[in-house]
Design a protein around this ligand. Sequence first.
Ligand code: ADP
Length: 401
Amino acid sequence: MNNLILVLNCGSSSIKFAIINPNNKKKYLFGLVECLFLSKTYITWKCLETKYSKKCIGYYLSHKEALNFICDNILSKKKDIFKYVIGIGHRVVHGGNKIKESALINHSVIKYIEYAIPFAPLHNPVNLACIKEIIKKFPLLSKKNVAVFDTSFYRNMPKTSFLYAIPYFFYKKHKIRRYGAHGTSHFYIASEVSIILNKKFNSLNLITCHLGNGASISAIRNGVCVDTSMGFTPLEGLVMGTRSGDIDPSIIFFMHQNLNISIKDIHEILTKKSGLLGLSEISSDFRYLEKTYNTQKSSKLSIDIFCHRLSKYIASYMSLMDGRLDAVIFTGGIGENVPLIRELTCKKLSLLGFQIDIQKNLLIKNKKSGLISTNVSHPIFVIPTDEELAISREAMKIIIS
Ligand code: ADP
């Protein structure tokens, strides 16, 4: 059981935690805290073969409070497993323009994560709070904490993809550019498809779609990410649970100047009240929207807009493939579990050589992976993501190097 890694993947309203052996992929512990800052905060977790079902652990809990619950009620009671933990891997959304690779956390790495807060205002503060709290809780492991950045995967994007067409000065002086996010997940599923197709990673041409509460798509050419939909912050790109994705920036000026909405409130609208929630006026939860797709107009419209935007991105990324596409991959809570969106999106792409196998598509969900295209189509795969495993591998690599 030796050489285990504790992984913390803190999202804006959730914490995923795991103890993993990165060498054999075995998960000794896995858990999820959901609904932080909401009226009831829940935890679900599994330790080896024992599953602990969903339970409320408090009201309006913050990340720090939830992390304390995990440490005091789970980790400290599983000493037989925890004693083999040799390091901690943290997902950090944004490394700014300074950090390009995973890094052992020290004072200057903490400063860089702080410096990058404006690039990921919903995520980096949470990542930092969890890093600081866990170092306090486990001082013996304080020099073995590794930050794994979502932005690392995008470090080799060409200028043609990462520059915005605004005065060059803003890039040169203020580093305003596309950074991308979700890189750990895109990299993980690309690595998995390299095994499935038995092709070297650096020869792969892929379009990877991570569709969860946050959603993004990446174009990978010869194993290098050459474009991605998330931008300066994780707000740009696809329609998301509560984030707008692409909009005309003039809407912001109009809201501010003509509707007297403050900049702070506009930020709140675009990050927390838009996307599927804003369009449907009911829910950001795809389970609800999918169930009511045929009975509720607003659910149908939200899903149709989601697929319209996604298919436009896939079509445009075909132009970056240099004439050869090895596969399109769907992952994330929606990509893995909602055959409807895979079907609706790929149907729009038939002119480009995509064809879903309806039966295969319907069967693949609930953590199953597989091919969902016909044999005349570009290959389309569903591959469940495993960011925690990818983070544990990175953390182990850094710790033993
Ligand atoms: P994140 O990690 O970005 O918070 P996830 O990847 O867990 O998000 O995806 C969350 C989204 O996936 C939600 O919209 C949720 O409704 C949807 N989802 C998860 N499981 C299912 C399912 N079995 N059927 C339909 N939608 C699902």
